[in-house]
Structure formats: structure tokens, C-alpha cells
Design a binder for this molecule. Structure first.
Ligand code: MLT
Length: 404
């Protein structure tokens, strides 16, 4: 008789953004005349840049001719893309990452969920709190997190590293020693960043205790300040302790196109075994590669025209972030983030819970954001607003909030 993976039954509620979407749907059904503005899930709204569209069209045409048609992509990704990434994202920025350490995928969400598979179930994970929910949920599904405390909303075997105003939303090295450390900078959801010297401390710590850092750099394109690392490989010693996840979703608008990559350096070993070989084995067995046309679109991201167009796109969203940050501040909210990240993190007024504030904004301003508590217990009384809307909608949403 078939048996369930009952770890799935331990998951509390539904995925955060599914709950948000359901609540908004119900509100809209009950209030069809209201214009709801969504600044919740970090989904982009600007069309793909012309250089990317051009590359997609060309690749589609190639697929229509026998001489240029492509079937299965190479397991690890096409060389044209991996070479470009190694050159432009790493070598040009002084980081030592070779093309064969880059694994092309359909995005950082799936990689961040899947990477835990190559580690023992006995590993203790440490996460920032609040945290992108995928890191924790995927470990729950694997059975690595122990039991759930409904009151505290925490798992017994997860090491939570509070990211709060007092530490500028940057986690401190935990008292209990973790085996796997998830770090995300620029941070989702708080929009906080880490300085290079602080990240170096994490790298030194991981090397000292034999932990592996899973570094999610999906938002690196939004960094505007100097001394904020774009890659963990800017730190000395990262090649022996860190895996890096990158995405094309936020820097190039690929949320609906799907493309990302993971870097696993060859020196990174656990129990003397190179993780590179394990991830390659996993990739080869479970994945048939991102589509050729999408990888060509990814290559266009790095072309001269692509870079200029995407710089303008990132600037467009960061102009929204500035409007959100300043507008909410003027309205008396305590806000952070929004300078090196497309997320603004605000303290809810009057000690409202995050979900109370969510309902309040939805009903009174018809604006949707993301409740901070959905990202972890330290997110309670916080709320995330994203900068990925159109400028017009962003202005309208913030003006509605200011008028409350
Ligand atoms: C978010 O809103 O946190 C992100 O868009 C979710 C994701 O990238 O999967």
C-alpha cells in the first residue's frame, strides 16, 4: 500500500504567496468595483528588454530549421551561457568561478529548494528570521526540521537567526553550530544588505566549523552602494564553504521565462567528497536543462545593449522603491530597505499584527503587500512592500496609504 511522505503533512497552512493570492481573490470577488494594487509577491511588471526579445525571436527561428534545431540541452547548461556568466558575473568582478562550476537551471527558487537534497538529513540548518519561506519549507518536506511549535511558529531543529532593527536586519553568528547556513543578500524580505567585511566573517566561521553557506544572491543587481558584495566569492575562502544561487527573474524580468544558475566550486567538499559531483549527478538525473531559447535570452542579458536596457529597468524599479520608502516615511512609518533591494520593510502601526495590517491595507486602501510574519516569527509586526509595480500604480498605492 502506498504511504505518504508525511513530512508534507507537517507543513503549516499553504505557501505564503498562495495564501496572499487567495485572500486577494476573495476580496476582489466580493468587491468587483475596487481597483486593487498588488505590491506583494515580487513579480516584475516591465516587459522583457528589446535585446532579450530579439534574441528569443532569433532562437525560436533556429528551432524551426533542421540545421539549427536543438533537442535536449546539455545537463549543466549551454557553454555559450556558462562562459558568459563566468566572464561577466565573476571574472570581470574579480571572482574566481569557472564555467564548469556553473549549473544553469530554471530559477533560484527551485535550486534553493532542491540543494538540501545533497546533504544528510541530520544536518542542522540555520536561517535568517524572517526568511524566504522556500528554504525552511523544503527542509520540512525532507524531514530535517523536527517538530512545529504552533504558538511560536518555529521548528524545533531549525536554528533561527533573528534579523531585527537592532542588528540592522543582518543575522549574528548563532550560539548553536549549524551545518547548513542560508544567507540571502540583498535580503528578501527585509531589503537589508551585508557589508563585505561582515560576509567575510560568515565565510571564516563556515570554514572554521565545517558548515556550508547557501548564498542566495538573486537581488544582486539592485545593489547601489559600494562595499556591498555582489557575490560571496568576493570573500577570501568562500570557494571552500559556499554555494551561490543566482536568478534572472529580478535583474532581467524572467519571472515568467524561468532561468537561474547555481555555482558549486570544485574545492567545496564535505567529508572529503566534492559537492560539485553530487550536484552534477542530481542535475543529470532530475533535470533536462533550461530551454535553448531561454538560455539564448539569458546570454542577451550580458550583451552591451542588454546591459544598458536592464540597467534602466533596475533603475525604474529602484525609483519606485525610493517613492515607497520616502512616501511611507512621510506618512510616519518606520521603514528600512529599498536602497540596495526592491523591497521596503515597514513596522506596522499601533502594534497591529502583520496580518491585521494586511487586511487593513486591503480593505481601506485596496493595496496588497506581504505580511512580515509569513516570513518567520521575527517578521511579526512588519510588512513588506515591493517596488516591482508600474510607477503609476506604485504612486497611487503609496498615496492611498498616505491618505489613510
Ligand atoms: C517574493 O515575493 O518573495 C519572491 O518573488 C518569491 C520568489 O522569487 O519566488
Amino acid at each position: 500500500m502506498a504511504k505518504l511522505n508525511d513530512n508534507y503533512l507537517k507543513l503549516p497552512g499553504s505557501y505564503l504567496f498562495s495564501t496572499v493570492a487567495r485572500k486577494v481573490r476573495e476580496y476582489q470577488e466580493a468587491n468587483p468595483d475596487k481597483k486593487v494594487i498588488k505590491l506583494s509577491i515580487g513579480d516584475v511588471t516591465q516587459p522583457l528588454a528589446p535585446a532579450i526579445i530579439e534574441s528569443l525571436h532569433k532562437a525560436v527561428d533556429e528551432m524551426g530549421k533542421a540545421e539549427t534545431f536543438r533537442g535536449y540541452a546539455p545537463d549543466l547548461g549551454y557553454e555559450f551561457l556558462r562562459n558568459t556568466i563566468a566572464e561577466k558575473d565573476y571574472k570581470a568582478k574579480g571572482c574566481n568561478v569557472s564555467p564548469d562550476e556553473i549549473f544553469v537551471s530554471d530559477g533560484a527558487k527551485s535550486d534553493s529548494a532542491n540543494i538540501q537534497e545533497i546533504f544528510s538529513i541530520d544536518n542542522k540548518i540555520a536561517v535568517g528570521d524572517p526568511v524566504y519561506p522556500v528554504y525552511v519549507d523544503s527542509n520540512v518536506m525532507a524531514g530535517r526540521t523536527g517538530t512545529y511549535d504552533k504558538v511560536k511558529e518555529t521548528w524545533s531543529d531549525v536554528i533561527y537567526m533573528p534579523c531585527v532593527a537592532e542588528n540592522n536586519f543582518v543575522p549574528e553568528i548563532p550560539k548553536k553550530v549549524p551545518d547548513l547556513i542560508y544567507l540571502c543578500f540583498p535580503n528578501n524580505p527585509t531589503g537589508a544588505t551585508i557589508k563585505k567585511a561582515q560576509l567575510q566573517e560568515w565565510v571564516d566561521y563556515a570554514n572554521k566549523v565545517g558548515a556550508v553557506i547557501i548564498y542566495d544572491a538573486a537581488y544582486e543587481a539592485y545593489i547601489s552602494e559600494a562595499d556591498v558584495p555582489h557575490s560571496i566569492y568576493e570573500c577570501e575562502g568562500a570557494r571552500t564553504c559556499a554555494i551561490e544561487l543566482r536568478s534572472f527573474s529580478k535583474n532581467a524580468g524572467f519571472t515568467g521565462v524561468r532561468l537561474g544558475f547555481t555555482v558549486v566550486p570544485k574545492e567545496l567538499k564535505v567529508d572529503g567528497v566534492a559537492l560539485h559531483g553530487l550536484w552534477a549527478r542530481r542535475h543529470g538525473t532530475k533535470y533536462n536543462g533550461a530551454p535553448y531559447i531561454v538560455q539564448r535570452a539569458g546570454e542577451a542579458v550580458y550583451s552591451e545593449a542588454g546591459q544598458a536596457q536592464l540597467k534602466a529597468q533596475v533603475a525604474y524599479y529602484m525609483n519606485n522603491a525610493k517613492y515607497i520608502y520616502n512616501g511611507l516615511k512621510e506618512a510616519g512609518y518606520s521603514v528600512s530597505g529599498g536602497v540596495n533591494a526592491p523591497y521596503v520593510w515597514l513596522r506596522t502601526p499601533g502594534n497591529m499584527t502583520s496580518w491585521e495590517f494586511f487586511d487593513y491595507l486591503l480593505e481601506k486602501a485596496n493595496v496588497v503587500g506581504t505580511p512580515g510574519s509569513g516570513f518567520g516569527p521575527s517578521g511579526e509586526h512588519y510588512f513588506r512592500v515591493n517596488a516591482f509595480g508600474s510607477y503609476e500604480n506604485t504612486v497611487e498605492a503609496i498615496n492611498r496609504i498616505k491618505a489613510l
